[in-house]
Design a protein around this ligand. Sequence first.
Ligand SMILES: [Zn+2]
Length: 63
Amino acid sequence: MVKKQYVCRNCKMFTTEKECPNCKSKDLSASWKGVVIINKMEDSEIVKALKVNKPGKYALFVG
Ligand SMILES: [Zn+2]
């Protein structure tokens, strides 16, 4: 069984828990579009665009 994935509205990181593993926010959304995997923080436009601060799995848009 696949766990439902939520996206943090604050930092856009994916989680299957009820709390964001990155920023500990509980403001999660089940409505999201696009998946971005960030492996390293260097020279990536997407890192700047998403304003993320560590590698991980992020959504492009959060509803
Ligand atoms: Zn977060």
